[in-house]
Design a protein around this ligand. Structure first.
Ligand code: HEC
Length: 243
């Protein structure tokens, strides 16, 4: 036994020292110096004319919404035109309106059914907030709001923000600044359509409201779907009723 043990020890010792294979490559780790090249660096400069592939993301303002000092941008980093605004309206109506409402008053359908109510975009603080703040909220979330970085790519974020500025102006504009023909189309006070009147007094729904009935206060769990519940779900016999 002792001889075998000694043999194993010697083998181990030899293989430790004499092993010269792929595990001991004379390679350089990133940024290591080198005596091989005249400039003393192991990393080689890119070949002239090299073109970046994938995302270069070198426009800091565009990708972070911050200026060189790390402060929220005050101005849009891309030109704002009609195409961008229309894209922003479409994306806003998909990703933001369910909570923030079509006009940004914070009374979207999910909120009217009971989700935490976000602040209106028409409060002074958000009307004067720099565009970079909105970019930050979409990119990283804010309080109870999750971020929308995965759903909304960078340019669409700016498109949405441009459209939020439109919404803000729409709720805080001076009618006398409108062109005469447009001003003529405004409803006179007291002559709003039924839809406009309803929008003006929109409030979060409470369980007593007539169109709240599809969302039962005590939804049942459908049989065979652990933890799932919703309107019209069958009440399973093997689970206690939700309280
Ligand atoms: C699921 C509901 C929901 C969606 C969808 C949603 N938000 Fe929000 N948002 C909230 C809530 C709730 C708050 C308030 C969070 C808090 O104060 O804790 C909020 C707050 C905000 C604020 C205010 C931050 C501040 O300074 O007070 C902005 C701006 C905002 N959201 C922008 C957006 C934009 C842009 C989108 C679409 C890309 C969006 N939100 C989508 C729920 C939502």
């Amino acid at each position: 036994m002792r001889k075998i043990g000694l043999l194993i020890a010697i083998c181990g010792f030899l293989s430790g020292c004499a092993r010269l294979d792929m595990q001991d490559q004379p390679k350089y780790k990133p940024q290591r110096p080198s005596e091989f090249f005249a400039d003393g660096r192991s990393g080689r400069p890119e070949v002239e004319g090299t073109i970046a592939r994938g995302n270069l993301d070198e426009d800091t303002a565009l990708y972070t919404g911050k200026d060189e000092k790390g402060l929220d941008l005050e101005a849009f980093p891309i030109p704002v035109d009609k195409v961008l605004l229309e894209r922003g309206q479409q994306r806003y109506d998909i990703y933001c309106a369910p909570c923030h409402g079509r006009i940004g008053n914070g009374l979207g359908m999910i909120v009217r059914r009971g989700f935490k109510q976000p602040p209106s975009y028409h409060i002074d603080r958000l009307r004067t907030a720099p565009v970079g703040h909105f970019y930050e909220v979409i990119t990283n979330g804010y309080g109870a709001m999750l971020n929308y970085a995965a759903q909304v790519p960078v340019r669409d974020r700016w498109a949405i923000i441009a459209y939020i500025r439109v919404l803000q102006l729409s709720q805080n504009a001076n009618a006398s600044e409108l062109a005469a023909d447009v001003r003529g189309k405004l409803p006179q006070p007291g002559q709003e359509t039924a839809e406009q009147k309803a929008a003006l007094k929109m409030q979060p729904l409470v369980p007593g409201d007539s169109d709240f009935h599809n969302f039962p206060a005590n939804p049942a769990t459908p049989a065979g779907v652990p933890g799932a519940f919703g309107a019209g779900a069958n009440k399973p016999s093997n689970q206690p009723e939700r309280k």
